[in-house]
Write a protein of this length. Structure first.
Length: 73
């Protein structure tokens, strides 16, 4: 399974926020923001900080999507 943060980016657009703003209000590192941008996994702690900062649930910012090797034929 892969992760998709498209929902997170949509929330930021809706709130007229930039990644820099997310970093500051959620108190997360640039490394975490970069991982999110690349669709890489981040720690649950980072996701919780983002959810608290944006007043949302984890399901509102992340989706699990099947990777090519997860799909059975």
């Amino acid at each position: 399974m892969d992760v998709s943060y498209k929902k997170l980016w949509k929330i930021l657009i809706d709130k007229d926020m930039k990644k820099k703003d997310l970093k500051e209000i959620a108190a997360i590192s640039w490394t975490s923001v970069t991982k999110l941008s690349k669709g890489e996994t981040v720690s649950m702690e980072v996701l919780i900080k983002i959810c608290k900062a944006l007043d949302c649930n984890i399901g509102d910012i992340v989706d699990l999507v099947p990777s090519g090797e997860d799909v059975s034929e």
